[in-house]
Every structure is written in C-alpha cells, then in structure tokens.
Design a protein around this ligand. Structure first.
Ligand code: H79
Length: 433
C-alpha cells in the first residue's frame, strides 16, 4: 500500500511537471501587446512577391503547375522600380490603419527579405537587391505603425519541405527530404526576422492546413523560439482551428469570428485570445490585374465596424503591383476608410465588442461606460436594445450630439430615432450608468 502511494505520488508529480512545462505563460509585455493589438482595431495586409509579376494572385505556381525551377527565374526580372516604403506607410496612415502585416515569405518559398539561410531572396536573387522588409520596418518606426510578419509554414520550392502536403503537387519537387533541415531553416529565418528589423508586433503563420491534422509541425518549439527572442511578439496562426498552446491571438480568414462563409472556418471555435479577421479588398490576396471586384467604401466600413462589434480587428488586404505601387482603387478605398475614421474613429479604436452581440441591424462597441450603437441596416425609425442599465442617456454620436429620445420597454429600451437611418453607419452613443 505504502509503495502504491509513493508510486501514485511520483506519477502525480511527473504529470504535473509535464503540464507545467507545456503551459505557456505569456510575459507581461506580451499581455500588454495583446491589449494594444486589440486597441488598434485596423491593420493593412500586404501580399507581395515575385508572383505579383504574373498578376494572377499568389497561388499561380500551384494553380498552373509551374515547375519551381522555372518559377525561380522570375526573380531575375523582379525590379519594382517605383517601390517606396514611405509612400506605402503614408497610404496606410491615410487609411486609419495602425499596423501592417506583410508577406516575408509566401508558399512559393521566395523570401522578400535579406536572409542568409537561402540565396532565394530579394537581395541575392533579384537585380533590385534591396531589403524591402528592412526599408518598410524603418519607415514604420518613423511613422508610428506597428509591423507584423506573415510567414508561410509550407513551401512549394524546398526539397526539405517533405512530406509534400496537399498543395503544390505539380511543381516538380523531390520525392524525399529531411524535415529536420526544414525546421532548422524556419527557426533560423525567424531568428533573422526577430533580430534584424527591430520590434516585431506579430508573426503571422499560414499553411498548417497543408499537412494532415495529425502531422507534427513541432509548432511549440517554433513558438518558444520566437518568444525567447522577443517575448512580446504575438503569435497568430491562420490554421483555421481553435487556438493552440503558445499562441497569442486568433485570426479568421475571410470570415467574422463565428461565421463560416469562406468554408475554411468550420472548426475554428472562438477562443479567449485577441481576435482578428483578414479579408481581401477585391477577391485576390496577391496582385490580380483583372480582378476589379472591389468591395464598395460602404461595404469596407461595414466590415470594419462589424469586426469591432465582434470584438475583432480587421486586417484588410492590398496586393501591390510588380512595380511596387498600390493599385489606384485600393488607395482610394483606404483613403475613404480613413476619412470615415477621422469622424468615427472614437467609436472603433480602443473599443471592445459591446454589450449587445451582433444583430441584423448592426453591432455595438464599448469603451468605458459608453456604448456605441452602430446602426448599419435598419428599416424602422426606432430600435429596441435589451439593455439592463437603469439610467441611460443617448445622443447621436455625430450630427451635433443631438439627444436621442429613449422610451422604456420590457427588459430594455427603445431608441426613438425619428427617421429611418440612411447614413453609412448611424452611431448612437449610449451613456450607461
Ligand atoms: O495568404 C493568403 C492565401 O494565399 C492563404 N491565406 C491567405 C491569407 C490561403 N491559401 N489558401 N487558403 C488560404 C485557403 C485554404 C484552403 C484550404 Fe485547402 C482548404 C486549406 C485546406 C482546405 C486548399 C484546398 C488546400 C488544401 C485543400
């Protein structure tokens, strides 16, 4: 019996040891960054690579089964003569976005930064020879924009990305490879990204879904490696599933949290971490010369507001042209969002999802004791709110802060708007006591 108790005790100690080792304890800096991340609410996603030259999105190598050796010769012709980091960051500032997430290496395997881990990068393999990530990092610091790095876990060009996953089967890769070498390569590149470009707001992973669910990516080693170098750096992984231990945020691809219109978010239960939703402005991530399906200004503003009402950030994409400029329509749309935010930013930045969850008519956001009711689509001149607050006061956020008449109703109040709202977003500020 005594022996059994000792054994049991030893077993309990051992299992406790394992869980303590596996549990990730974010640093205080990291926790602060999570709050700051949520406060920013709006970021610009940038998909740019040598694929941009073919002007048909970032998946062209896979979609057209281009041999990776032939694809690599594109690098010799990559010379974005009009690239100017200051212009990019100015566009971002004008949009009202507070951060940028840029592709440092996409699935095609080409590194857009000066890496020592492979010559297949913008500095060593193109006539341009400039580290655009470094130039962007400097400019972001200058203009007060946070910088996040997109980093693909999957690689269509490297032999050591093996076993080959569900995609890139027709690009002429080898039949064998050494995963240990690929894992090392990723860790070394991440070391470079986290030591050569100053403070990195987040590493944003993509491509986990390329391998079967049971595949061991050794993500925890990668995550711990990142947090050892920059404990404050947020780790976000676009794996379309619930957050994993060691991550600091959760992103949703082309869906608001909890939705699954994209078809990718089916298993993505909402966790406790800061949320983000990423979306394309037209229908492509990488530059697509014929894709003119741009969302309207109103749709974009509605998406931003709905993200905020869902307690999430919006990461809105642009695919710069091969010459290094943003497409004109993208610039125009970003400017329109920025103009709107000049007036309404207070109801978005620094807020969290409001007391009333998303509805057909719109969403609510909250800051302190102020509840912002964003009426996006209402067919009536009055709006019922199930608010418990005993004493509330309401005003139109804009339009001279005109008071909004309130009548009582069962378990809530009714805002008497006196007309059917027709603005992009009719914001009523409710002071809760
Ligand atoms: O970088 C952009 C895209 O290139 C990348 N993520 C954004 C931010 C992306 N690539 N594909 N997807 C997103 C969608 C993934 C689709 C999937 Fe599948 C459906 C993954 C698993 C099922 C495609 C089809 C890959 C395997 C089967």
């Amino acid at each position: 019996m005594k022996q059994f108790i000792i054994l049991l005790f030893a077993f309990l100690l051992a299992t406790a040891g394992i869980t303590a080792q596996q549990r990730y304890n974010p640093s205080e800096e990291n926790l602060n960054n999570r709050e700051a991340f949520q406060d920013m609410k709006f970021g610009v996603f940038i998909h740019w690579g040598i694929y941009s030259m073919m002007a048909d999105g970032e998946w062209i190598m896979n979609n057209k089964n281009i041999d990776h050796r032939e694809y690599a010769t594109l690098a010799d012709g990559f010379y974005p003569s009009r690239f100017n980091a200051a212009t990019w960051v100015s566009h971002v500032k004008a949009s009202g976005a507070k951060y940028i997430c840029i592709t440092t290496r996409h699935h095609d395997g080409f590194s857009m930064f000066g890496t020592k881990q492979s010559p297949y990068n913008i500095v060593d393999a193109t006539p341009f020879r400039r580290d655009v990530i470094g130039e962007l990092a400097d400019e972001c610091r200058r203009q007060g924009i946070r910088l996040h790095f997109y980093y693909s876990l999957l690689d269509w060009a490297r032999a050591d990305y093996y076993p080959i996953g569900r995609t890139g089967k027709g690009v002429g890769r080898t039949e064998q490879g050494d995963w240990e070498s690929y894992h090392r390569f990723m860790l070394n590149q991440l070391t470079e990204l986290l030591t050569n470009y100053g403070e990195v707001g987040a590493i944003w992973f993509d491509g986990k879904w390329d391998q079967p669910d049971h595949f061991d990516w050794r993500l925890r080693e990668i995550y711990d490696h990142i947090h050892r170098i920059q404990p404050g750096c947020l780790i976000i992984n676009n794996h379309h599933i619930a957050p994993l231990e060691g991550e600091d945020g959760q992103t949703f691809e082309k869906d608001l949290p909890g939705q699954n219109q994209s078809g990718y978010s089916g298993t993505a239960t909402i966790g406790q971490l800061p949320l983000e939703t990423c979306e394309t402005m037209n229908r492509s991530w990488g530059y697509n010369i014929t894709d003119k399906n741009y969302k309207s200004e109103k749709e974009l503003i509605h998406y931003l507001v709905k993200a905020a009402g869902n307690n999430a950030n919006l990461l809105m994409n642009v695919g710069p042209r091969p010459d290094g400029t943003f497409p004109d329509i993208a610039v125009q749309r970003y400017n329109a969002m920025g103009e709107w935010l000049k007036t309404y930013g207070e109801t978005v930045y620094g807020t969290r999802g409001g007391d009333i969850g998303p509805r057909d008519w719109g969403v609510t956001t909250r800051k302190g004791n102020r509840l912002f009711v964003h009426i996006l689509n209402l067919k009536d001149d009055a709006l019922y709110l199930p608010i418990e607050a005993k004493q509330v006061k309401a005003v139109h956020f804009f339009a001279g802060r005109k008071p909004v008449k309130i009548t009582r109703a069962a378990d809530g109040i009714v805002l008497q708007l006196e007309r059917i709202p027709d603005e992009t977003d009719c914001v009523v500020e409710v002071e809760m006591r």
